[in-house]
Write a protein of this length. Structure first.
Length: 397
């Protein structure tokens, strides 16, 4: 439910606690309490009941910003935050929807002034903006994921933001070889497979390094893997497009490789748990956390479930992994060489082939232990909800 007074400036959590104590002590008259270097005037309660009511109708102390809030994950996160009584500022390069309780700020995250406007009176920032992984624009990835994240951190410091939750990616440790039950202490990929991964590594390092209890900025990174769900712009649409072009007949490798696909609600749950656990004394400060469905699945079974659910045939014929990977590499090089003359984007990029033909699943036991994480939606339910949400992508639609 959207908060009652979305535009008022709320006190922070400790100020709310102070209000409660003062209320219980029957303090009369106007109380002034300092919250985030601001003087907050409280109402004039006379009884416990009146005080309780007064505090209940006051705006929520949960005021946050979601950078990248127009995107797939960002919008799901915004919706959940609203449900939980947060007031949300969305900062994104585009505005894709309108919702009561959400203030939109359209801008580029490399623009500090624009960010500062969106971060006014915000104590918690979720940073989940990134160029699409399918892009091969190296300069864009460097500008947005590296320089842009530096700008976000500077703006957060200047605006007095206290907590930053970054959406990183489990791919930061993926080099194209098998990862089974990978933990967060795996080293970052030395030879990242693409520019997306390369810049997500730098981005995560920047955010975790910025965690500074003395300066009052706490940071944490969430590493989801293979997010899927309603409104996802890449996994299901790319899969269906490939199937419609008759190219989803083949299984790359023997088809036994296990991977993580994570339903978007679980990723959102992990983000909010992280934000709410992030306190100076918490073990999560400055650390990265895998957030998955905790149900590794065969890559090709998952693809088949989505395809069959939407009325397409499941892939059946096997192709050797090394052959397909070699071809994908060749095609990618060709696309680079021919770029000035013809623009073509191969469907089977080296990254996609690597993801389709290797094991890559991660342990989320650190998130379970440190923040009480547990997936809220099972893989089966996630797949059902996803399939139901794409009637327009059904075979024959
Ligand atoms: N989807 C997945 O499977 C996984 C995603 N992640 C991470 O999760 C996060 C969210 O991903 P997802 O929701 O899938 O991606 P989306 O592309 O749907 O969302 C990202 C949003 O950020 C916006 N954006 C891009 N550049 C800028 C910029 N310079 N300034 C402001 N906003 C910008 C995008 O706008 P526009 O669309 O116009 O570019 C988009 O609205 C990303 O950080 C991604 O790396 C991690 C693991 C897995
Ligand atoms: C053409 C087929 C071989 C594959 C079609 C499905 C793919 C588009 C998706 C399967 C695994 C997905 C995935 C990502 C994007 C979409 C897939 C490649 C990410 C690269 C998105 C960003 C990340 O941080 C990691 C993801 C891993 C899984």
């Amino acid at each position: 439910m959207p908060p009652l007074h979305p535009n008022s400036s709320p006190p922070n959590e400790s100020a709310s606690r102070a209000q409660l104590i003062q209320g219980l002590l029957f303090v009369r008259g106007s109380i002034h309490t300092v919250a985030k270097q601001k003087t907050v005037c409280l109402p004039t309660p006379t009884t416990h009941l009146q005080f309780a009511m007064a505090t209940r109708i006051r705006p929520s102390s949960k005021r946050c910003a979601v950078i990248g809030g127009s995107g797939f994950l960002g919008r799901h996160l915004v919706e959940k935050l609203l449900d939980k009584g947060y007031t949300v500022s969305v900062f994104d390069i585009r505005q894709s929807y309108e919702l009561p309780g959400v203030t939109f700020h359209q801008g580029d995250l490399c623009d500090k002034q624009a960010l500062l406007t969106a971060l006014q009176d915000v104590s918690l920032v979720f940073h989940c903006a990134s160029p699409a992984p399918a892009s091969d624009d190296k300069a864009l990835f460097q500008r947005v994921n590296i320089q842009g994240t530096q700008t976000v951190l500077q703006a957060c410091t200047e605006a007095g933001v206290q907590k930053v939750v970054l959406t990183s990616s489990a791919s930061v440790v993926f080099e194209g070889t098998d990862i089974k039950d990978g933990r967060e202490d795996l080293p970052y990929a030395k030879k990242p497979i693409d520019y997306y991964t390369e810049t997500k590594i730098e981005q995560e390092k920047l955010v975790l390094k910025a965690c500074d209890k003395e300066k009052g900025l706490l940071t944490v990174a969430i590493r989801p893997h293979g997010i899927f769900g309603p409104r996802d712009p890449q996994l299901v649409p790319i899969l269906v497009d490939t199937a419609r072009r008759g190219k989803m007949k083949f299984i790359i490798g023997d088809g036994s490789n296990l991977v993580d696909f994570t339903f978007v609600d679980n990723v959102v749950h992990g983000h909010i748990l992280a934000a709410e656990s992030l306190r100076p004394e918490s073990p999560i400060c400055g650390k990265a956390y895998h957030i998955t469905n905790d149900e590794p699945v065969r890559f090709w079974d998952f693809m088949a479930d989505i395809l069959v659910g939407l009325g397409y045939a499941a892939p059946r014929y096997h192709l050797p992994y090394t052959l397909v990977y070699g071809l994908a590499l060749l095609l990618w090089l060709l696309s680079l060489l021919l770029r000035p003359l013809v623009a073509f984007k191969p469907t089977f990029t080296p990254m996609r082939v690597a993801l389709a033909g290797t094991h890559h699943f991660y342990s989320c036991s650190r998130a379970k232990q440190d923040m009480g994480y547990k997936p809220v939606i099972s893989l089966k339910d996630g797949i059902r909800r996803t399939v139901e949400s794409y009637p327009h992508l059904r075979h024959g639609a």
